[in-house]
Design a protein. Structure first.
Length: 88
């Protein structure tokens, strides 16, 4: 499932979700949920995605370049990104 994502560890899990028509039209909803356990060289870079993404950092350090800032999150912190802006 993560073959094209170097650095994603074997115990990672992903759970796709197909929302109902009502949810798609009227609610915020999750496309995917899961648990990513990562190590170098893991990296994602995208310019645009019609979505928001939420991270709960449980271990290690989460570093992100977002809206011309370099930010770090540590265990116990939550990161919310509007993916309509470039991020890495």
């Amino acid at each position: 499932m993560f073959e094209n994502e170097p650095g994603v560890l074997f115990d990672s899990k992903i759970y796709p979700h197909v929302p109902s028509e009502f949810a798609r039209k009227n609610l915020f909803f999750a496309h995917v949920g899961g648990s990513y356990n990562c190590a170098p060289p893991y990296r994602v870079q995208r310019d645009y995605l019609e979505s928001f993404i939420v991270f709960l950092i449980t271990d290690g350090l989460f570093a992100v370049n977002y809206r011309d800032e370099q930010l770090e999150a540590r265990p116990g912190q939550i990161v919310l990104l509007d993916c309509k802006y470039p991020q890495a």
